[in-house]
Design a protein around this ligand. Sequence first.
Ligand SMILES: [Zn+2]
Length: 848
Amino acid sequence: MKNFIFTFTIVLLFLSTTVAQENRLAHKQPNTAEIFHKIEKLGFLGTALYVAAHPDDENTRLISWLANDKMARTAYLSLTRGDGGQNLIGPQLREQLGMIRTQELLEARNIDGGQQFFTRANDFGYSKHPDETLEIWNQQEVMEDMVQIIREFKPDVIINRFNHRTPGTTHGHHTTSAMLSMKVFDYAADKTVYANQLKDLDTWQAQRVFFNTSWWFYGSQEAFDNADKTNLLEIEAGTYYPYKGLSNSEIAALSRSKHKSQGFGSTGSRGSQTEYLEFLKGSFPTDKSDLFSGINTTWTRVKGGSRIQTQLNSIISNYNFKQPTASIPALIQLRSSIEKLKEDHWKGIKLEELDQILLDLTGFYVEASVNIPSATAGEKLDVKIEVTNRSNEEFKINLLPNQLIQVENESFLLLKNESKNVQATLQIPEIYDASTPYYLKEKGTLGMYQVKNKTLTGQPESEPEFIVRAFIELQGIRLYKDIPIIHKRTDPVRGEVNEPFHIIPEIAVSIENPVYVFSGNAAQPIQVTIKANKKIEKGSLELCHPDGWKLTPTEYTFSNLEKGEEKIYTFIVQPPKDASRGLISGLVKVGSKSYSKEVIKIDYDHIPDQQLVRNNESQVVKPGLQNRARTVAYINGAGDDVAQAIEAMGSKVFKFEPDEVPNDLSKYDAVVVGIRAFNVAAQNMEALQPRLDVYVKNGGTLLMQYNTSRRIDSDVLGPLPITLSRKRVTDENADVKILQPDHKILSVPNAITSKDFEGWVQERGLYFPEKWDPAFTPILGMNDKDEEMTKGSLIVADYGKGHIIYTGLSLFRELPAGVSGAYRLLANMISIGVKNQPIEQTDGQKKL
Ligand SMILES: [Zn+2]
């Protein structure tokens, strides 16, 4: 949403000057102690799966403890990617925020040692109850993914973050994650359930399910102390890891701090820490201090595995920290013993771990990079491959060419501490899709992503676009390493930077704003940018639009665009006479090919650069409204785009920070307070109170948008008392009862009807007042299913000669989404105290 970016410019500038922090693509060689720990980990054959709903729900302390202390294979299954959350570091929302949070989870797991899975469920926003969640998610599809992940990952224990027995006490997604986890525990083992998966997979029976509880879930420490703990396991999770120089809680904090978009930077702690696991289902542990007790987690769980443990014990006791390569011969013997096993699951996992350990021990370094961040289909690029042998013995390297990658020097010997640069060329096929997250390729629904390819189930992200495979011959065995081609560069501040290499469309097309609002009959310019990512001789650009809208010109032609050249074209768009709403989309034609994709880049230091490629599409809306407010003062709150929406309706808007509001407000037809201003600038808003009081008494209109109820007294929200509650209506289609049909706020200048509450997005509103001064009149009634009607979504009072309006309606979401009714209602709110005629929008320049 490009037009919202400016609000966040300051934040972005601030971010770019903070201390550089590298993403997980940075090459990291484990040291001798870390390698030793990896060898120890070869001896634990147990698996744990942690289940919750969103990125940041997971308890990184328990995940880190499982992966590092218990040394279990550990994964976090987040049902969603967190698209519905807020973004504290930039303007990206919805699927772009989901992309950021997916990467933040991968960065977190890179620190705490877990793996990461997702389902196709989409975080559509807040829901109060699992029933509401499951009306929007496709339960069968979410469970299908969960069952497949369990059948593939084969967890012995499953740990829920949330309580499945208390619907309605937390986000509906949370409770649902635990409820579905209880079900799929059984389904994964049932050969009649999702039987189509059993062509490639076996059923799997996990042994037990826990709920990772804490005193918090009991309401208070005291209630927790007094609770029956028969089924509760206490885990000491405060371990200090000498090989890392960190305590478990310190690792957990580093991991949690990766959730930067959520502002979850956290400080580590040291010393003893207890985690509580409530046993829910399966076999009860034989020892209450060990969640795996009674489950065989040694090599004897695999047929013929007992001698593996003996070999491994000897390698561990003979490990030489000063000369770790001395373990290589014994590890190669261990490898050959594991290869002889008949069982497949653990054999495959442990061989992969062991091969990586052998590569780690040699200090083997390999990378394949290009010096540009992206290219188009059909391009041919130089690839630089660096291979370095940092061990004491020589080994043979074989770089495997494939259809796309030609290598100059395929096989060669590398001597002790020798480094070789090998030239390769990458030929990108003539027809090749631009890089975009696999789960965003198809159009999904509100509740589900659409992914047809079942081999991608659970995967966090698309595979790297291009891979070079290197074989290493070491003491008679052959190891391999797949090396993704990355974009490597040196940044003057950050130093070495490694980013993914992306394929971009030959021509990208984008429209300046996501929504254009036409409040009057005046035409507006709409700018379309095309970017040639390769040389283009000639082509044309048109703008697809709904019936009744007129464009001048109807088409542009262009010629001789150089690679990298960007051109902006302006279409003058004339709305129809009546209210109308539809989509516009830029379309470029070059010969027989057409292009309509836009490229969105997401660049932050703490995650690899992300690219989203999607159809360019914007909304044109003519709400059919009249507005009387000529000048509006907007007091900024926590950040919203309502001021732009008011400008789009033809008012002149003056924006102020809460501490910069002028003394005399009398020249403004309305003063509008941004969302959560009383939360984020409490003192400044309190200081403004006398000025607002005088302004309204003398005939002004004060419109206050939603604030959260936390630490807000009833006497601070404007001149008259208002008490906020946590009441919200999350169903965006919930019925709206018009309590005061004749009230001027519903009739002048626009006649508001139930039609104006159609097509709302995400929710009706939030934190509605529950008590108010008798001067206020509640205008609307609404409620979610099976709940009592709330009347606080919009309240209006006459005060002196002026008006006070408080609304928890989520105008800040509806206006940027182009919802006509929200514009018409807002026009009435800011026009309520104005007697003159509606303003006619003539300059044709106003847009959202
Ligand atoms: Zn959550």
